[in-house]
Design a protein around this ligand. Sequence first.
Ligand code: FES
Length: 64
Amino acid sequence: MYICVCNAIRECELRDAARRCPGDPDAVYEALGCRPQCGQCLDDAAELLIAERTRASAEGLAPA
Ligand code: FES
């Protein structure tokens, strides 16, 4: 499933990036080599980043 249609960012890619890259969706998108365009995905992306980082933290996998 695509989280960001404009940049063709899949949910699994964003979950992986959430564990590797700090910051908000803008920062994570930049780390993925793109930037928000229409902006419609940003709320969902922000929620996904929080959820994935919370899960990673609970599993002891969060970056230091
Ligand atoms: S859907 Fe992500 S910027 Fe448009």
